[in-house]
Design a protein. Structure first.
Length: 179
């Protein structure tokens, strides 16, 4: 039997999810050929495991896919483009992968401290785009907060309305001078 790592456990959960299975800790343990209690040597509970799985998912399926457009003429335009990509990836996941969207909602979006931690890389990117030296990333957090109606699952029913882009642009126009 090979050494079991946190990454191996997370990859096993991802594989089970891709096969559209209902994932239980027992199934994960069985797939890894370990006992169910052995999982607790790596993750203290189911919640911690799901948080790790969904953190990886967010990084792979959202953050790594949002690119900084180097062709934009100003940092503000680059930021607007980056935010537009970000909100549209979240919308796409909602429309195409309801299972992962629901899991992400439960284990990430409904837990503000976990979500804030996951968004730290996004805040750092905003700081980079805008040239902010704000080590606490408060400006970046405020910018992301302004667009919460496009990322917080409570608003998901509005994401496919015809005025989606218009609403995004209105929020952008409102904050643009302040950034």
């Amino acid at each position: 039997m090979s050494r079991i790592t946190n990454d191996a456990i997370i990859e096993t959960v991802e594989e089970l999810l891709k096969n559209d299975e209902d994932v239980t800790l027992s199934k994960v343990a069985q797939k890894l050929d370990i006992t169910h209690p052995a999982l607790y040597k790596h993750f203290k509970n189911k919640d911690e495991l799901w948080t790790a799985v969904l953190t990886k998912y967010f990084n792979d399926e959202v953050f790594k896919k949002v690119e900084i457009n180097k062709d934009c003429k100003t940092p503000k335009l680059a930021l607007k483009d980056w935010l537009w990509q970000f909100v549209n990836i979240k919308k796409k996941i909602y429309n195409t992968d309801p299972k992962m969207f629901d899991l992400n909602t439960k284990y990430i979006d409904e837990r503000p401290l976990v979500l804030r931690d996951i968004l730290q890389d996004s805040y750092a990117t905003i700081n980079d785009i805008m040239g902010y030296s704000d080590k606490d990333q408060l400006k970046a957090e405020a910018i992301m907060s302004a667009f919460a109606v496009f990322t917080v699952p409570s608003f998901k029913d509005t994401w496919n309305l015809p005025d989606y882009e218009e609403r995004f642009n209105e929020i952008w126009n409102l904050i643009e001078d302040g950034i």
